[in-house]
Design a protein around this ligand. Structure first.
Ligand code: ARG
Length: 608
């Protein structure tokens, strides 16, 4: 299925497979069987969801109503949706996860899970780890994720930061699910801007020589790339003669002139160092495969599109017109030059044919939605992609980052914000708070420990603040909000985790050894509620993949911390009669929280 905006309704690669990690998936399997036994002639996908109201049950199956509609008029048609629901229930295979079912409303089937099943699932998770809880259906699938993708010599701005953070989380979820993930950095490292940069650098060197300096490249030429870009752009706009030279330089570069290539490489290397500084702070890995990589393929791809009649000449430009779009995809400009779109067509082809991708995901701001719609439609027109079968492509669009004033996020001077400074500030604010706490508590300040915790909290806070919103919403960047100790922030959640780790530590018991022998009792309603939520981790991850929406994970994590708090208020752990069992629930919570942190690229802290 081709989709630019995947929704929960889109079937994922996983949906047809038997599930083992997710309770919802297992219920789906049971109801799939029940449906095919009770109504073998009607195709129906099981629709199972958590109950809106926990009083009615844990999950519900909603197939009866639609099925009743389909059966109307048929011989022996059921009289009411409730009859359909009863027939489905009658065909439900024997199992150990459902303890009770009931009918509600027109024909909803409410399902109560077996406590024993949940308890065993958690014990098993503690003993065997979380490997079996990953979303099913992705093992060995090749998933290409095109994210971050800043432009050389232009600033890497908050938009690229969003792409980096969202893309990394998507990669992590797919990786956990066993997919073979290719993390691609489609760096903007090719294009006409390099002509003016190279010429300006050459002029700077000449001026240096004229002033008595040495005739060789200097590091300072590329030490401030934004400044280089600004200066070169100004001359390009103001000086006719420079503009002409810049244009000639582009041609030289594109024809492979070694001097121009060397200058281009210096600029790229300097840019790369700046990008790397951000990636290493954030703990994000990426494989650089910039636009220049596809340069040798552009002509061939455009010729192929022309020969196949997919692309046509319009007003001198080579265009692919697609149905439903007011503008065509321009794969070759009237001056013969190739652009962003040509490169994306070549990249798509390469990812399909050479990388053998099953799913290609592009993470950029929503402003590029139309571009990707055109690229995907053009690829379909060319027969590279087929609607409903074969490899999938998705554009994961995201909204803007706003400043406290509600306008596009900029510094006071009006410049785009430098990302390194932003990350440094988040970290130093955390370090200050941590030191203060130590001093207040009369403890010694261990600088190495503060440094580690400040990185985890500061960078974690920036990531979490971004991920917790649905990606398409614009959000305000506020240090005060994201570093808040209370509420839905990474800082709060890191404290919550450290507190749970502290409880377990204080008990001085080997909980993992105990997990193999001590059953987890779920007699208290708060224990049960917590256990049920813990078992829903796989579902949160499945939804995150189906919708390509990382906020599914943050929502789940925040709910988990709330469920834990509410359990901890009502259920005494240390020193209680149920200590052994409740410690296991504490540890299971900590383990699941850590898995969420891992998916979000946040480093957990065990003591703060
Ligand atoms: N460099 C582009 C930008 O900064 C993003 C590239 C996204 N990936 C792609 N295959 N077009 O807007």
């Amino acid at each position: 299925a081709l989709s630019t905006a995947p929704s929960a309704a889109t079937t994922t690669m996983a949906s047809e497979k038997a599930s083992c990690g997710s309770v919802r998936g297992e219920l789906c399997d049971l109801f799939r069987t029940a449906l095919s036994v009770s109504y073998p002639d009607v195709a129906a996908d099981p629709v199972v969801a958590p109950c809106g109201n926990a009083k009615n049950g844990d999950y519900q199956c909603n197939n009866a109503m639609a099925l009743f509609g389909k059966l109307k008029g048929a011989p022996n048609a059921p009289k009411a949706p409730r009859d359909v629901a009863n027939a489905i229930l009658g065909a439900l295979p024997a199992n150990d996860l459902v303890s009770e079912t009931s009918l509600a409303g027109p024909g909803f089937i409410n399902i109560r899970l077996n406590k024993d099943f949940l308890s065993k699932r958690l014990s098993n998770m503690l003993v065997n780890g979380l490997a079996g809880w990953a979303p099913a259906g992705y093992i060995g699938k090749k998933v290409v994720i095109d994210f971050s993708s800043p432009n050389v010599a232009k600033e890497m701005h908050v938009g690229h930061l969003r792409s980096t953070i969202i893309g990394d989380t998507l990669c992590r979820i797919f990786e956990y699910s066993g997919a073979d993930v290719l993390r691609l950095n489609h760096v903007g490292d090719w294009g006409t801007q390099f002509g003016m940069l190279i010429e300006h650098m050459a002029d700077t060197r000449k001026a240096r020589v004229a002033a008595g300096g040495e005739d060789k490249d200097a590091d300072e030429d590329v030490s401030d790339l934004q400044e280089l870009y600004r200066a070169a752009k100004k001359r390009f706009d103001d000086e006719e003669e420079f503009k002409t030279r810049a244009r000639e330089a582009v041609t030289r570069l594109q024809s492979g002139d070694p001097v121009s290539l060397a200058a281009w490489q210096r600029i790229c290397a300097a840019s790369r160092r700046e990008f790397e500084a951000i990636y290493s702070r954030l703990g994000v890995t990426l494989q650089e495969r910039g636009e220049s990589f596809y340069n040798p393929m552009l002509k061939g791809v455009v010729d192929e599109l022309k020969d196949a009649g997919v692309a046509t000449i319009d007003d001198g430009a080579t265009c692919v017109f697609v149905e439903g779009q007011s503008v065509p995809l321009i794969v070759q400009k009237s001056d013969g030059g190739f652009g962003y779109a040509s490169t994306d067509m070549a990249a798509l082809k390469h990812r399909l044919n050479e990388e053998k991708a099953d799913w290609i995901v592009y993470v950029t701001d929503v402003g590029q939605s139309q571009h990707f719609e055109l690229v995907f439609a053009a690829a379909k027109k060319a027969g590279w992609l087929v609607e409903g079968s074969g490899p999938k492509v998705s554009h994961v669009g995201f909204g803007l980052v706003l400043g406290e004033d509600g306008k596009r996020f900029r510094t006071r001077s009006g410049d785009l914000v430098r990302l390194v400074e932003l990350l440094d500030e988040a970290k130093s604010r955390c370090a200050a708070t941590l030191r203060e706490r130590r001093v207040e508590a009369g403890e010694e300040v261990n600088e190495a420990e503060v440094e580690e915790a400040a990185c985890a909290m500061g960078y974690g806070a920036v990531k979490y603040a971004d991920l917790k919103n649905h990606r398409t919403t614009n959000y305000k960047f506020s240090f005060d909000d994201m570093l808040n100790l209370k509420g839905n922030t990474a800082v709060y959640l890191l404290y919550a985790h450290a507190r749970i780790a502290g409880i377990v530590r204080k008990a001085e018991k080997d909980v993992y050894a105990a997990a193999a022998t001590t059953p987890i009792s779920l007699d208290h309603p708060k224990e049960l509620e917590l256990a049920l939520h813990l078992c829903k981790l796989p579902e949160a991850l499945e939804d995150a993949i189906a919708e390509l929406a990382p906020n599914r994970v943050t929502d789940y994590l925040y709910d988990l911390s709330e469920k834990f708090n509410s359990f901890y208020v009502d259920c005494k752990v240390l020193g209680s009669e149920q200590e052994a069992s409740r410690l296991l629930l504490c540890e299971a919570t900590a383990v699941v929280m850590r898995k969420c942190f891992e998916m979000l690229g946040i480093k957990p802290l065990y003591r703060i």
